[in-house]
Design a binder for this molecule. Structure first.
Ligand code: ATP
Ligand code: MG
Length: 413
């Protein structure tokens, strides 16, 4: 985004003119070098947070304890972080406290991988003491300094390494890989939330299946809070996973969970325990439940296929059923024709009771009967008939149908 480049350059200029060192660093420099779209333009500087605040009109202290000051320019926020070292690592996690330093080299030293330890100055020169550009060119993920030390300091780095390998299609440098295998059990100290965030990035990249393979080989999550053992990952169908589109995100997670043997009912709980939002967990669970209902119906013979499908739309909504169509056609490619289902989804006249041309009170008044559990049953019957196209969604027609059903059940009783 040229506006972001221009504004972040302006921030660097202001800092330099005040006598500080300032640069772009980390993910944005790396992504630009390999031609990926850049999300945030991270800026690092020798200026202390208070000094940054003094130089700009609008600043927000978003992470003072880590030295991060957010500078807002033309309504766009930029994170400006003071050069720092992280000395005291506790419990194999990044420290709560940091020490500010004035030297860029010191700051680059604490970063995880060589490709993430490249800085770019305003005049276009690179500061690249660990030869990150050479590793980027060769597609190698290599720790800054001693891999064993770096992973011992912060275990999350190991998972970041696997994620980068998957997203970029890179290889792990042998010493880095060796250290990872040696220290993988330290992942137990890492919060589920941070693991989830890495897995999400891996899954939204172009090679989720490679990521799963590498994860299985690494044994990294064998003991972790989000537990994915090599044995369980063996069941994952790589081709299907690779064929699923990036979006909606539900698809790949549903595929993973299905292959791990998780039912639709269990999926919601599992994803919540992995710190996903309730909505996301529900939505993946809905997709898997729809899959189960329809597969079960298929196994029993096709007579009620349309009814089952329509019920899925009424119970889980059009969006989830639409997601399922993408899911099923990718996961079982060639196995099933979903033309009928696609047509049914498109043609369905109602999705919920709110769309019915009459409400419960209309029925109560018309039959002159006290409301009770029977009412919900009747409304659902009407809804299904309308959804199946067997009944027009008009007040008079719906009331007539209710009278007919009542007479019929009266006879039966
Ligand atoms: P992306 O934003 O694409 O996920 P990134 O490398 O930018 O990847 P961020 O979490 O945004 O990741 O971190 C920015 C930079 O901070 C990294 O490029 C790296 O230099 C450094 N960094 C982040 N996490 C760690 C860590 N756990 N240990 C050491 N350095 C880290
Ligand atoms: Mg980043």
């Amino acid at each position: 985004d040229p506006q972001q480049v221009r504004l972040s350059a302006e921030i660097l200029r202001t800092l330099e003119q005040a006598g500080h060192t300032a640069c772009w660093v980390g993910g944005c420099v790396r992504d630009e070098l390999i031609g990926r779209p850049v999300n945030d333009m991270d800026i690092a500087t020798s200026a202390r947070p208070e000094e940054v605040a003094d130089l700009f009109a609008r600043t927000v202290p978003t992470g003072i304890e880590h030295g991060t000051m957010t500078v807002v320019m033309e309504k766009i926020p930029f994170e400006v972080t003071t050069f720092r070292t992280e000395t005291e690592y506790k419990d194999f996690r990044r420290p709560e406290e940091v020490t500010f330093v004035r030297s860029l080299d010191e700051d680059l030293k604490r970063r995880d991988f060589t490709m993430n330890a490249i800085a770019r100055l305003l005049d276009g020169t690179f500061v690249d003491p660990y030869d990150g550009r050479a590793d980027l060119e060769q597609g190698i993920i290599r720790c800054v300094g001693q891999a064993r030390e770096r992973f011992r300091e912060d275990a999350l780095r190991m998972l970041r390494g696997v994620r980068f390998a998957s997203v970029f299609g890179f290889d792990m440098e042998p010493k880095t890989w060796e250290a990872l295998l040696e220290l993988r059990d330290n992942m137990t100290h890492i919060a589920a939330e941070r693991i989830r965030a890495e897995l999400e990035k891996m899954f939204s990249g172009p090679r989720p299946a490679d990521g799963i393979r590498l994860l299985a080989r690494s044994g990294l999550l064998e003991q972790a809070k989000i537990r994915l053992t090599p044995e369980s990952l063996e069941a994952v169908k790589h081709e299907a996973l690779a064929a699923l589109p990036e979006k909606p995100e539900e698809l790949r997670w549903a595929a993973l969970l299905e292959d791990l043997g998780t039912s639709g009912e269990e999926a919601e709980h599992v994803l919540k325990s992995w710190t996903f939002s309730g909505n996301f967990a529900k939505s993946v669970s809905a997709l898997l439940r729809i899959n189960e209902h329809i597969k079960e119906a298929e196994q029993k013979g096709q007579q009620h296929a349309k009814l089952i499908f329509v019920r899925c739309i009424l119970d889980f909504g059009r969006t989830s059923v639409g997601n399922w169509l993408i899911y099923r056609s990718t996961v079982d490619k060639g196995g099933v024709s979903l033309e009928r289902e696609t047509f049914w989804l498109k043609e369905i006249p109602v999705e919920s009771v709110r769309e019915l041309a009459l409400g419960g009170h209309d029925i109560v008044a018309h039959l002159d009967r006290k409301p009770g559990p029977w009412l919900g049953v009747r409304i659902r019957q009407l809804l299904e008939k309308v959804a199946l196209g067997q009944l027009v969604n008009e007040r008079e027609a719906l009331l007539a149908e209710i009278v007919r059903i009542e007479a019929e059940t009266g006879k039966e009783a």
